[in-house]
Design a protein around this ligand. Structure first.
Ligand code: UD1
Length: 345
């Protein structure tokens, strides 16, 4: 069976690693990299560090407005799919690359296999929510990480081809732990922070407020800075030197990022993936959003949502979560289950 996987943004390189491993000797896998993310430390570093195969196709689409970016991807993906005639297309998560791949494949009547299906934030202002909903509705197999995700699909009338397999990102965390790949940092006590969502970074006063709040925490904050955030800081004249309690570092590779997280005293983030990684590594997480699609992480206060008032950040970071569940989002074998399902499709 020939399968084409579409990747393009940082979290998709991570999700692709366990899938690629699980495909060996079972599926003929080819990969299209749309080029949505293109900086060395937003893309190539993941392939190098994890020892992944180079993508078969590099589209080099780059950054643009959503319509233009998605359209450019679609034009090129269509040409490749017409030539390659795969038996199925795998898409991951909720980025513009996900939607581009799903739309093109479904219109060519090629089955779409959506990994990380059924997630909902119920916030249509997030481009990711639109990407998720549309992708789920054109997919033939919907691989969900949890019962809640499967139930979300059922409420939208999607019951055929839904398989609860656990979360593919957990496969990778389990792999890193089993192979003892985490780096031993000797760091002073610090919080770790990441920020890239448009609603936290595209508005001058909001970004200023969040950075000021991090700057006044009672522990140092280590902050790998996403290109979107970095660009906006420069546009808004927010000088890095002004934030003396924040150590800004460049975006980190997968293992370095996880190592920073594991040695931290807690995480402050608006990322989807890092909420889960903090949970699995049993780190307190404060999510700077009004809602999350990873609702299970909120149980027992292991993850807390904070948005308008960040004055309680210090207090929330030291409040210990309860009822931590080792089995949350599966047992680290999602990719194996997905490949078996695709083979029997
Ligand atoms: C995208 C995804 C988001 C995901 C995130 C992970 C969508 C709609 N959003 O958001 O779901 O959580 O990736 O990082 O698909 N840029 C660079 N170099 C790069 C990539 C981006 O400088 O390698 C800058 C550009 O100015 C670009 C901006 O970052 O315009 C935003 O990039 P984009 O891919 O549009 O969205 P993200 O915020 O990264």
């Amino acid at each position: 069976m020939k399968i084409i996987a579409i990747i393009g943004a940082r979290p998709q390189f991570i999700k692709h690693f366990p899938f690629e491993k699980a495909c060996v000797d079972r599926l003929d896998l080819k990969t299209i990299h749309t080029g949505q993310h293109y900086d060395e430390n937003m893309s190539a570093i993941f392939f190098k560090q994890l020892g992944m195969r180079k993508p078969d196709y590099m589209l080099n689409v780059g950054s643009d407005n959503h319509g233009a970016q998605t359209a450019k991807m679609m034009v090129q993906i269509e040409k490749i799919l017409l030539e390659e005639k795969p038996n199925g297309v795998v898409v991951y998560g909720d980025t513009n690359s996900t939607l581009a791949g799903a739309l093109v494949a479904s219109k060519l009547h090629i089955p779409v296999f959506h990994i990380e299906a059924g997630l909902r934030s119920f916030n249509k202002k997030m481009p990711e929510e639109i990407n998720r909903v549309l992708t789920d509705h054109v997919s033939s197999c919907l691989f969900t990480p949890s019962k809640i995700a499967s139930a979300n699909l059922e409420k939208e009338g999607l019951v055929e081809g839904v398989y609860e397999v656990g979360d593919i990102m957990k496969d990778l965390v389990v792999y890193v732990e089993e192979n003892e790949l985490l780096k031993p940092f000797k760091e002073e006590s610090y919080y770790y922070a990441t920020l890239h969502r448009p609603y936290n970074t595209d508005d001058d006063s909001r970004l200023r407020y969040v950075l000021d709040s991090l700057n006044s925490l009672n522990k140092k904050v280590v902050f790998p800075i996403h290109p979107r955030t970095k660009n906006n800081m420069s546009v808004f004249d927010l000088n890095i030197e002004k934030f003396t309690n924040i150590e800004f570092i460049s975006p980190q590779s997968y293992i370095d990022n996880l190592s920073y997280l594991v040695h931290s005293e807690g995480l402050i983030t608006d990322s989807g993936g890092m909420q889960k990684e903090a949970y699995w590594l049993n780190k307190k997480c404060i999510t700077l959003r009004t809602e999350t699609e990873w609702v299970e992480t909120l149980i027992g206060g292991n993850n807390i949502l904070l948005f308008n008032d960040l004055s309680t950040l210090d207090k929330e970071l030291v409040t210990v979560g309860e009822n931590w569940n080792e089995e949350l989002y599966g047992d680290g074998t999602a990719s194996e289950k997905i490949v078996s399902r695709i083979l029997s499709y």
